[in-house]
Design a protein around this ligand. Sequence first.
Ligand code: F6P
Length: 327
Amino acid sequence: MDKQVKKIGVLTSGGDSPGMNAAIRAIVRTALYNKLEVYGIRRGYQGMIEGDIYQMQTTDVSNIIQRGGTILKTARSKEFTTDNGMRKAYEQLQKHGIDALVLIGGDGTFRGAVQFFENYTIPAVGLPGTIDKDLAGTDYTIGFDTAVNTAVEAIDKIRDTAEAHDRLFVVEVMGRDAGYIALHSGIACGAEDILIPEQVTDINDVLNRIDMDERRKKTVHILVVAEGDDFGGAKEVFSLIQQRFPMLDTRTCVLGHIQRGGSPTCADRILSSRLGHAAVMALLNNKTQVMVGIINNEIAFTPFKDAVKEHTLVARDMLDMIRVLST
Ligand code: F6P
């Protein structure tokens, strides 16, 4: 990069995650502090294509650090995956004189970025914004901590009613390709079993464990299932449990999008603030096409193409621990 960045565009893309607003605030304020102009691009790549772009001032990000969602709105743009869509998006950036981008999003956002930068050259830094925690190059993603805490609060409530009725509950949490929400919320809630895409689910093992629990008169069972588990979500697991144990009082609960909303936790607000600040500083220091993350509490940069390759492996010891702690 031989040219000093002057005008940056910021967008949120893909599924929203609590803490995106805190990240936008940090980006806008760090940019303005460093005498850069900042432009908000609404509705992610789709807004970039349509030129839905406005200049942001420091007051535009007042009172948003505590709010879920994203003031810039978000979208999953199909048009951006086409050559024509990408060309239109680039033309809009040129029209507005935007000479660098800050992208907040997940897997799909960075895959889109990799494709875009094969054809168009513009400095860009990304922030991992997804509740799924399914990116390499960072220990945590923006929104994960809040989503897990939302799931924990809900599962604790489910356990109360399950206990009152001696019921078995299959609780489905989000995570299309990643089981981190299931794993963390399941461990934190003392789940009897946790099913995640990263581990092959042998449904007979799951059923046998329920059988063993029944024999030793365990009256409450909570099974936490990631929506993307290789066997299937709560519905599939529930119907097999019913077939094998018709005498059990079994229910399902799909937590769904409540996990994506709400006020970000303190951890997410701090993560978002650190990453937002680091992203702008990175652009000023001529870094490009990297995602800024936090590894062992230190800022770390990972090329977009590596961030989306695979997510960090689920620690084996955590998986082994579930069996021990649920006995
Ligand atoms: O953003 C990640 C995620 O919440 C996944 O866990 C989930 O599978 C997906 O988004 C749902 O997407 P949508 O809101 O578009 O249905």
